[in-house]
Ligand binder design. Sequence first.
Ligand code: TRP
Length: 450
Amino acid sequence: MLKKRAHWGSRLAFVLAAAGSAIGLGNIWKFPYITGVNGGGAFVLLYLVCIFAVGVPILISEMYIGQKAQTNNVDAFKKLAPSNKWGGIAGWLGLLSAFMILSFYSVVGGWILDFEFQSLTGMFSEQTGFKDGSALTDLLGAPYRQLLWHALFMSIVTFIVCRGVKGGLEKFNKILMPTLFVLLLALFVRVLFLDGFTDAVAFLFAPDFSKLTADSMLEAVGHSFFTLSLGMGAIMVYGSYLDEKENLFKISIAVAALDTAIALLAGLVIFSIVFTFNLDPQSGPGLIFGTLPKLFTQIPGGNFLAVVFFFIVTFAAITSAVSILEVVVAFWSERYELSREKTSIATGLIMFFVGILHVFSTNEWGDIFSILGKTNFFDLFDLLTSAYLLPLGGVMISLYFGWVLGPEAIKNALGDKPAIAQVSLLWTCRLIAPLLVLFILLQKIIEVLS
Ligand code: TRP
């Protein structure tokens, strides 16, 4: 018995949903801070190379596999090539990554809600934590407050996924994403008039290659997967709700370009502020939680800017988190014929519980989690997924597309594109993307071992 599969209402709905998945904390929180820590321009350049040489081909691969198979991220591989045994491994790895990522993503999402709440209630200007930049430290030391916001964030995400592809994912992306674009553009126009704007441009776009290390390369590659939501089947599942006729090439370029544009815009906004007020670009994960709020208390209208800024981040985080939960829900509900509502709530709850580890790892249980040189559980999960699991999953997907499905699939995916484009995509998926990723992974592994 085949139930009719839900589909996006239009091509635009799919682009917005895929962009909604891609554009998230990765763009507004992680990209600026890792760029800061890794010295700016050269890192940005490497990241752009990774996006277009590795990210876009894998984006097309995932969309195609989903679109053709019209099923979840584990069964899709078998459905398209029944004799192939290892494709499904990428699917299972994807499910594992989904649990790991969403558990910490939701905790950070909770921090954002907390900050939004504080700026909304006007506590901002009086709150000393914002004045001296210690707001995040305060929050990290308050596990129950984090727990509350983490629960709220996870509930919102679960609620949207419960409502299904059309009534949930499509509807919310259609409202939240355009709002996000408009608000971010408005902020951008505002910072154009700050003295630090030109410094920000120089910092992001003038490369100094001496600043690149094995770690920063790993970070650039890993982040290109994270920011485009690649390597765990999120885009594949979204692709499976797409009509078979749609041309994937244009869509994937649009999604990658939107994602990159938002990351660069967010970077320009944040670093313009940082340089205008002589703050430290290398302040790490606390950049938008410590550095920026401090400043919002010092400039006229800062409170309002803070409200707008944290709204943007909230929207970005919700639409991304939804796509992570959807991967697990699609698999579970389809394979075991369970209702979407039940599966969403059960999965959401499990992820909430895993998230508790993160909440307490920054305070009461801090000492237990010093693994692999990471001081908390949260950094550890981030490292394991972004730097290893996602690239590994992505390489498997790329090899599957290039070798198992091969030229015929590439031709279908690209439609009327000239032969040269088809050959380039074929060999990028077969060799170039996997080699680039493995080379960088190996370099890091050798460094760790020696
Ligand atoms: N891309 C999102 C961000 O930049 C995060 C995300 C959503 C994600 N879905 C994913 C990351 C799937 C990896 C895999 O914040």
